[in-house]
Design a protein around this ligand. Sequence first.
Ligand code: BES
Ligand code: MN
Ligand code: ZN
Length: 491
Amino acid sequence: MTFEVSLPARGTTVELEFATQVPTDPGVSLVPVTSGDGLELPVTALAVEGLLEGLEAVGARGKQGEVTRLLIDDHLTLSFGLGDSDEIDEDAVRRAAGALARNLTGVERATVTTELGIRPIVEGLLLGGYRYTGMKTQPEEAEAPVRITVVGGDSAEAREEFERAVVVAESTLLARDLVNTPGNFLYPETYARIMEEVAGQCGLDVEVYDEEYLAVNGFGGILAVGKGSTRPPRLVHLVWDGTEGASSRAIALVGKGITFDTGGISLKPAPQMEDMISDMGGSAAQLAAIAAAARLGVGARIEAWLPLAENMPSGSATRPGDVITHYGGLTSEVLNTDAEGRLVLADALARASEDQPDYLIEVATLTGAQMVALGTRTCAVMGSDEFRDRVAEIGRAVGENAWSMPLLEEQEEELRSPIADIRNVHNSRNGGMLYAGLYLSRFVHEDTQWVHMDIAGPSWNTGSAHGFTPKRATGTPVRTIVEALSELAGK
Ligand code: BES
Ligand code: MN
Ligand code: ZN
């Protein structure tokens, strides 16, 4: 199943099918190689006579990401390099399979075996094979998708591992498609409709709250950010209840859904402003994660609260200096309208916290300071000490780098405003990511284990493709969240 959603364009990827053994007509052989004492060939049922020598002769060295083509007696083999044989872990396999999937031009059908693990092969191929050509009327590479047979053996566990990996990868691709969609197509109303479509397709309950509901019920942060746009804001509530016969854990998910961030009256400079179509990446990841949890039957009650708004400058926009009242009553002085993510998240966190969930995971493309601190490929994780470290570790384990960062006591002073309870920015150039985290912490119930993930860098790749990561939307951190949900539910 792929998701049927109202988007003007979707990315394409390779097509996988599971097989218990190598088919009689395997097509192109996909074969892993490593570098050690020269080129090395790990076990694979697809190795033909003379393969290692042939690959060596055409210059294959087994480096990570290297793809080499070799024709022996009319049979084509593509080798994919994993790097040093002493350092092969799941992530090396996933990245190598991703690089392979980006180098399948001209291949129609292929077969790969899974001695190195089913999950990293499946994830690497599906994620690396993703290509978004948007609304080009003549895509440069209008090829039929490559069909790949994944040979996993005849155990039931193997087939299950394959199917789980496909579900998780499909969710990651859904998040990418949403994030890649331009802001004239994806705005709060259309985005909320897509969320309803996804919910319908995987058995989630869904409620979409419009601007009138938000006004009547005091969601001042979401309204303040949305009111500069002609496209009104929304709050989407999604529920997966998998507690029947399972744990009764309650987990809340919150994600930033700014469908375009101009900065508002505190307008951003023009260069690269177009990248701000990605400012809804946190909400896309949460939608994708709860959809995967439903399809996998995760045994917990999971509720997502996703605030959607477009941050525009206009005669009706929020001004610097305005004071707003968040859901739950806390007042905030808006000193910079470009620090809008924390304003919509505050309302959503306060609403989610009302139900006192056991765990709360919040994800946002929140600050440029995140990239100053950790670069563009590592998620920052803040929040309750123990849970924060656990989520960061899960991120690293699934190949979405993540690192724990502190919330600073000395910044609490800086939260103070002369005319409101708190203010949305501090007047310092230092520790901007941590200040944003501290601001958010004011809206979380003290009994809830929570994390805030700042994904400003790792969710959007402005550089070239690498491993299983394409240009533009990366789908990070969908796999981290799905893994965390599965672990918390205890399965
Ligand atoms: N959406 C941006 C953060 C961002 C920047 C994400 C670059 C991805 C790439 C956020 O709303 C923002 O504008 N943050 C400001 C906060 C500042 C005004 C305190 C920032 O980081 O400059
Ligand atoms: Mn902003
Ligand atoms: Zn933003």
